[in-house]
Design a protein. Structure first.
Length: 295
């Protein structure tokens, strides 16, 4: 019987279990059974909201005008204080207010973007240390659907506590008008809440994301598969401190001097109104009367 002398037949007969195991492993590899299960970001509330956002191509932004399209700081909650000071009072601790009960003169910020602690003191040389960031930058909002909103809706977006955070000034400058594809907080622990907040704002105001922006957001959310979607922000000035003694600093317009509008912006004081420290007619070069450095 010729096949009895076949070496391969003898090996198969001598170790049948090995052949069975090898065959099963080959089938598993071919079928992809050993590949790890893919975790989809739409399993989380934030991920599902991201999937629901429309994807479109962003505008150029050539027609963007922050003050004309989104307005100045407002007082949407009617507490007599503008949103900028409301957010400072909300996000800082140990806050000292001015005699008006609104202006934040000093406080301490645990910065979410960098993870550092910043001692804030209002003044021409120090105000820019802490800035109020629009989590969805207003220019980004404009090029991803806010141009379709009414003027009132755009002002609401610009003053919505959900879209506002007190943050490290230089980090805010680095971000500028970038979306998630162009910039993420250096503090990696805050990236998931940051992206979720952007998604919440875009959902609330019916904005869209670009293909690159969505991919960047999905990559971040893949690391936090249970990330919630914030649907509100803490009430502005909840438990706001009572006015305390004024911190040292200028209290009259003639005690603050800005050589040009770049200095005003660096101090976080733009746009600068006629009744605010440092205003000079020479800085007011067009636009709204009595408002300088609004561009």
């Amino acid at each position: 019987m010729q096949h009895a002398h076949d070496p391969s037949a003898r090996r198969a007969g001598r170790h049948p279990a090995r052949w069975v195991v090898a065959a099963l492993l080959a089938l598993a590899l071919l079928s992809g059974c050993t590949a790890p299960a893919r975790t989809t970001v739409d399993a989380s509330p934030a991920g599902r909201a991201l999937e629901a956002l429309p994807v479109e191509e962003a505008g150029t932004g050539d027609d963007y005008d922050r003050l004309a399209q989104f307005g100045d700081w407002a007082d949407p909650d009617g507490n007599g204080c503008d949103t900028r000071n409301d957010v400072l009072a909300r996000d800082l601790t140990g806050v000292v207010l001015g005699d008006d009960g609104c202006t934040v003169l000093s406080g301490t910020l645990e910065d979410p973007y960098t993870g550092t602690t910043i001692d804030f003191r209002r003044g021409p040389l120090t105000s820019a240390d802490v800035q109020i960031d629009h989590v969805v930058a207003l220019k980004n909002a404009w090029v991803t659907g806010a141009d379709r909103l009414s003027a009132d809706e755009r002002q609401a977006l610009a003053n919505d506590p959900l879209n506002l955070l007190a943050v490290d000034g230089p980090a805010n400058g680095d971000k500028s008008a970038s979306d998630a594809a162009g910039w993420l907080p250096p503090n990696e622990a805050f990236r998931c809440p940051y992206v979720a907040r952007q998604i919440a704002v875009k959902t609330r105001y019916e904005l869209f994301v670009t293909t690159e922006e969505k991919a960047a957001m999905a990559e971040v959310l893949a690391g936090c598969p249970e990330q919630d979607l914030p649907d509100h922000a803490p009430a502005a000035r909840a438990d706001a401190p009572s006015p305390g003694p004024s911190a040292p600093g200028p209290s009259a317009p003639d005690k603050v001097y800005y050589p040009d509008c770049d200095a005003v912006r660096e101090a976080g004081a733009a746009p600068l109104r006629a009744d605010e420290p440092g205003y000079r007619p020479a800085l007011d070069r067009g636009g709204e009367t009595g408002v300088a450095c609004e561009d």
